[in-house]
Design a binder for this molecule. Sequence first.
Ligand code: NAI
Ligand code: MG
Length: 492
Amino acid sequence: MTDIRPAFIDGKPKQLLIGGRFVDPVAGERFASTSPSTGEHVADIALAGEEDVDRAVAAARAALDGPWSRFTPAERQAVLLRLADLVDAEFDDLALLDCIEMGRPITASRGLRSMVLRVIRHIAGQATAIHGETLGNSFPGTELMSFTLREPIGVVGAIIPWNGPLFSAAWKIAPALAAGCTVVLKPAEDASLSPLRFGQLCLEAGVPEGVVNIVTGMGATGAALASHPGIDKISFTGSCETGQKIIAMSAGTVKRVTMELGGKSPNIIFADADLDLAVPASAIGVFNNSGQVCAAGTRLFVERPVYDEVVARIAAFAGALKVGPSLDPETQVGPLVSAKQYARVASFLDEGPREGARLVTGGARLTEGALANGHFVAPTVFADVGDDMRIAREEIFGPVASIMPFDGFDEAVDRANATRFGLAGGVWTRDITKALAAVKRIKAGTVWVNHYFAMDPAVPFGGYKMSGFGREGGFEHVENYLNTKAVWVRTS
Ligand code: NAI
Ligand code: MG
């Protein structure tokens, strides 16, 4: 397929990481991972069944009470910092795994180095900052001191999507380790390799066996994890529909859950905005990673006086993007991850004009030349989109912008909020008062002003409304993996 195969793609079937060893699945089942750029076979991956999930949960449970429980915060921090160094040293190969398996263009995959390392190192810092509180109480009659202890929540089931596999593995595993938890991670079926290799690097960094387990497989593998009585907490990133199922499954044993679900984020360009900033950033806010980003700003509201100009400039930007195989360093927009996502996105491309939207650019599957065997669609701009059209309501998860005109501030924020989602939003204006008024009105977990997509592990990220609950990033990230125990002590 390519002459720059990373060492981890070695032609051997990939096994499950359970109890510190790579093992075959009990039933011996496997599935094929293929390149979305070329359709070529990448690797055979172990398909974990219920018995394998049982084994992984048992290993994680045993490890929770093993040597890991005696690691000091500083020792957990040291392990995480070593892990970051190993990821740094091997980053080009890790980036290649995601590039080949899920199709993020190589230049963009390599560009994530700083973010992934910042995540692990920031969270490592938090391992030694975990603390409870002393709380004055007014209990009558007896003098009692009261304080809190923070304890690891236990065995964490982490279920991640395919749109940022290495990042997501780090984003789930690092805070669990900082908190002293153990983990069973279920990668998405379209992107198993970098999470598997990341799990192996955890072992090399000194994480004891059984603390990090990786069970590859399909949705049923995730469901076995989400309903498992031995799991204390589920941390999920993915679609709203699957998140709802996991919440329902968690009820059986009242698991803690955090949910980072989808979005249909509004991005509002006012007429007084600096369009030289707003246009490229808003376009990248849709087309980055072929639109396969939870926070993508896919509903673009543009104030009437600059509407025609912005539509034309976004369309020109989209039309100039280089679509190509993910291994080509020139490629800016790679394939969609799978045949399933290709069919889904293509159906929206067909539906937009039927619903009455005006196709300005793109709108088609790309099947010529080097793209013939991949899942490619053209970066697409629909203008004059109605708020009730499906392309304006559903998370397309493809390189598709829906642009609509508006008149006035109130109309913009009301329409921006008219969605069941609330993950993120953008505002473009030179007027600070208008910007902050919009920030207050937009019902979303993140609002960018004169920017789009900034993310940092020090800053919380997560949803309002049906985009989920719980925050990752910021202090809450590690907090989500801790229990609080209140302690009362008689002092006289
Ligand atoms: P998905 O939510 O079904 O998959 C995410 C993860 O959940 C994968 O690891 C999958 O194996 C697992 N999973 C699937 N069914 C499960 C179940 N019943 N119990 C437990 N785990 C289960 O998303 P999918 O099918 O890959 O993509 C469909 C749509 O979801 C996309 O078009 C997009 O709109 C949205 N999505 C949103 C993401 C985000 O970051 N917000 C990420 C991925 C998908
Ligand atoms: Mg694939």
